[in-house]
Design a protein around this ligand. Structure first.
Ligand SMILES: Cc1cc2nc3c(=O)[nH]c(=O)nc-3n(C[C@H](O)[C@H](O)[C@H](O)COP(=O)(O)OP(=O)(O)OC[C@H]3O[C@@H](n4cnc5c(N)ncnc54)[C@H](O)[C@@H]3O)c2cc1C
Ligand code: FES
Ligand code: FES
Length: 489
């Protein structure tokens, strides 16, 4: 079968795109110029399009992603909808109608991206029923979650008319073609091989094929959601001789809940993992909304976040606090590595050439007292200056006081690697859960790592934030009040 993408219902040959031509470049070169380039690094959402994805129940879910970050070749035999495919002048889509009626667009550059993000939320199956008419500052009475637009920036209209348009949307008409399309499954991932003069993109069908290919080409570039790799392609102009698409490999997309652990497939997007977990790991629920935007989370994977071994990734502190381990697969077999032993240096790990991350294992039972503090310049959609994750078990000492039975604290942004705050954990363990213990542990936490000064934060600021974070965590989880006159440690 010739490599092709179905855009707005029409199949179009991919051509010689290799691994470096992004979906946005290919769409625009193919005439769908409604999809815009603002930043080419996932920050503005002007390039958002809809793709047909598995809804986890045998049907299709329309998912909005940043077309500027993903290789076009990854969409071989897939269905993509752009703003032009939603509606045309004289026959506008309900989302376009509301945006036009309520003045949601001025220069219009950002508008196709907003329309696509809004349409994905418009078609979310449980949107209307989830909130049952109850609105708050982030949700409309129609259940519209404003975080669906968190990856879209508008420089001239202002957000109130856009929000008003989103909150005015009704339920899709069952005869609406994209609503009707949701009943049938999405297209299966295709085995793909596409070459250009700048390199080859291959999507194998199985993990075994992938590992064989990787064994022969240990320098190949693995590509999952491409939210990191897309930035390397566009901004740093990196090129790979061979890119291997692993985002649709069934073996990397398994989600399991066993008596001993949760298993999260390394290639599940954060949005998919969030939906599968459905609140079962509260610490991850604290992380998800603070990780980039909905557009990015619809592509970004745990495997990609750990694959870079970046010291400022947001999943490592949380997974360290959860005591997670990684299943690494190669042609020689699988091995399991505790995440605490995975990072070996700046952007380095124990992962060997020819190995990939298959599964993230999170042991059960979970520690009951958890929290995640991401300290960044903006509340949402920003990179961490410091990230701290807590997972504690408190026990009753029999004398009406709570003591710390077990403490795990994961840190990001304070050293060349993510790390556990072992000294602070030691101060806490076995001690009463009181302000005095916390003050001492906060001192130990402030000494953790070797914070640097950079454009995000100074070393002093990072140190101060570590200390403050534990005090804040105690304020959030004061435990049972200490009886008056109780001895202090
Ligand atoms: C606008 C924007 C905002 C962002 N905000 C955040 C944020 O708030 N927090 C944060 O932590 N990150 C953030 N990121 C970074 C990025 O989204 C994450 O690192 C994401 O998890 C990467 O996953 P991916 O699937 O897109 O990885 P890809 O880009 O596909 O791959 C990244 C790297 O990991 C390797 N890799 C991928 N999968 C595997 C695997 N299974 N095994 C081994 N190696 C693998 C690849 O070879 C590649 O080198 C942001 C990025 C952008 C563009
Ligand atoms: S062009 Fe800005 S997010 Fe894609
Ligand atoms: S309408 Fe001009 S940037 Fe949004």
């Amino acid at each position: 079968m010739r490599p092709a993408v179905t855009v707005n219902g029409r199949s179009r040959d991919l051509g010689e795109v290799g691994g470096h031509v992004t979906l946005l470049e290919w769409l625009r070169a193919s005439g769908w110029t409604g999809t815009k380039e603002g930043c080419a690094e996932g920050e503005c959402g002007a390039c958002a399009v809809l793709v047909a994805r598995d809804d986890g129940a045998g049907g299709t879910r329309w998912v909005a992603i940043n077309a500027c970050l993903v290789p076009a070749a990854a969409f071989d035999q897939q269905e993509v909808i752009t703003a032009e495919g939603l509606g045309q002048p004289g026959d506008l889509h309900p989302v376009q109608q509301e945006m036009a009626r309520r003045g949601g667009s001025q220069c219009g550059y950002c508008t196709p991206g907003f329309i696509c993000s809004m349409a994905a939320e418009y078609y979310r199956p449980d949107r209307m029923s989830a909130r049952n008419g109850h609105a708050d500052h982030e949700h409309g009475p129609n259940g519209f979650d404003l975080h669906a637009l968190s990856g879209n920036l508008c420089r001239c209209t202002g957000y109130r008319p856009i929000r008003d348009s989103a909150f005015a949307l009704g339920a899709p008409d069952p005869a609406d073609p994209l609503a009707a399309r949701q009943i049938a499954p999405p297209p299966a991932p295709a085995r793909t091989s596409v070459t250009s003069d700048q390199g080859r993109y291959v999507r194998p069908g199985t993990l075994a094929e992938t590992l064989d290919l990787l064994a022969g080409h240990p320098d190949a570039q693995l590509v999952a959601g491409s939210t990191d790799w897309g930035v390397e392609l566009n901004i740093r102009h990196h090129r790979a001789g061979l890119s291997i698409g692993i985002d649709r490999l069934p073996e990397l997309r398994e989600f399991t809940v066993g008596p001993g652990h949760f298993g999260i497939g390394a290639a599940l997007s954060l949005s998919e993992a969030e939906a599968s977990l459905a609140g079962q790991i509260p610490l991850l629920d604290a992380l998800f909304p603070q990780f980039a935007s909905r557009l990015i989370r619809n592509g970004a994977t745990f495997g990609g976040n750990l694959g870079t071994a970046s010291p400022i990734g947001d999943t490592p502190p949380v997974l360290l606090a959860l005591g997670a381990s990684l299943v690494l697969s190669s042609a020689a077999g699988d091995r399991e590595v505790p995440l605490a032993d995975y990072f070996t240096g700046y952007r380095q790990s124990v992962r060997r050439p020819g190995e990939l991350i298959r599964t993230i294992r999170i042991p059960r039972p979970l520690a009951p007292v958890t929290g995640f503090h991401k300290i960044a310049k903006r509340r949402f959609d920003d990179i961490s200056s410091v990230a701290v994750a807590y997972a504690l078990t408190l026990a009753d000492d029999g004398a009406g006081q709570q003591t710390v039975a077990e403490a795990r604290i994961g840190l990001g942004g304070v050293a060349a690697t993510p790390l556990r705050a072992r000294d602070a954990e030691q101060v806490l363990t076995g001690r009463p859960w009181t302000r005095a213990t916390i003050e001492e542990a906060a001192g130990a936490l402030a000494r953790a790592g070797t914070p640097m000064s950079d454009h995000r934060a100074s070393a002093d600021y990072r140190t101060a934030m570590l200390r403050t974070s534990l005090l804040k965590f105690f304020a959030e989880h004061p435990g049972r009040p200490v009886p008056e006159g109780a001895p202090t440690p």
